[in-house]
Design a protein around this ligand. Sequence first.
Ligand code: PMV
Length: 325
Amino acid sequence: MISKAFTARAHTNIALIKYWGKKDQQLIIPMNNSLSLTLDHFYTDTTVYFDSSLKHDVFYLNDEEQDASKISRFMDLVRAQAELKTFAHIESVNHVPTTAGLASSASAYAALALAASKAAGMQLARQDLSRLARRGSGSASRSVYGGFVEWKRGNDDLSSFAVPIEENTDWNICMIAVVIDKNRKKISSRVGMQRVVETSPFYPAWIKSSEHDLATIKKAIKERNLKKVGAIAEENAMKMHALNMSASPHFSYFEPATIEVLHLVELLRSEGICCYYTLDAGPNVKILCSAEDSEQILKRLAVKFDKKQLLVAHPGPGVELISKK
Ligand code: PMV
């Protein structure tokens, strides 16, 4: 017996207020609320069907068969919820540079949560879809929604999920990703964040200040104040990376080219161009700016970087079912 196949598309998101530390590693309950922007340019398409002739889950990423053990643990959650024993065939196509710090896990698990739950015969409300996606990767909880999204940390499985702040934002903003390294990151976000929780003496201060950053950025988003949104996001990202440098053993995702981009953004700002950076668990830099200024910023970046390293994205939609090509 083969179930109906469902294909879901989810877009990645970039956090403006970062999630960096878990209160519960098993359930993926974060230490603090986070806030992100879902992007249109980077997405994952995932098709799932259940097949009773399979002896284990089968997983293809970009047409290549992969070890399915991690994804199987996630599928076990779907099977438990749907009271199903059958294994699944899963096929993903990633339109995000995989694990290059552009958070491909966010789009991957949001797409998988929708496609797998539908193929298992479930009709999950978006809140429950966000909770399920969270179990695959924390940031995936936010990719269920488009635009600006807040992940409310909650304190258990039921209360930890994302909510939309402005799903279909009409704000003409832009995120330029400068891809410095496409390779797998050296320290996974799981290992990195756990290490800072356990060893950084600054961790309690991070929690306190990210609460403040969240409140002020929400107000600035409402006011359409790019200068404030950018400044808060940039400072929040630097505080997250300062945690890494204060951990034991300390670590950093910055490469020499990362620093070059940060300096260039600061230079552009001193020239009066409104642009700010943010960075995740990798060396790539994401630049927040208005759509009008993007051409000018790209031109300056193109002096140092290849055109292929510069990706432009805008606010994108939440997860949805699509028909497979
Ligand atoms: O969802 P994970 O486990 O890939 O962790 C994401 C962590 C950051 O991207 C650095 C921050 C965030 O909130 O997305």
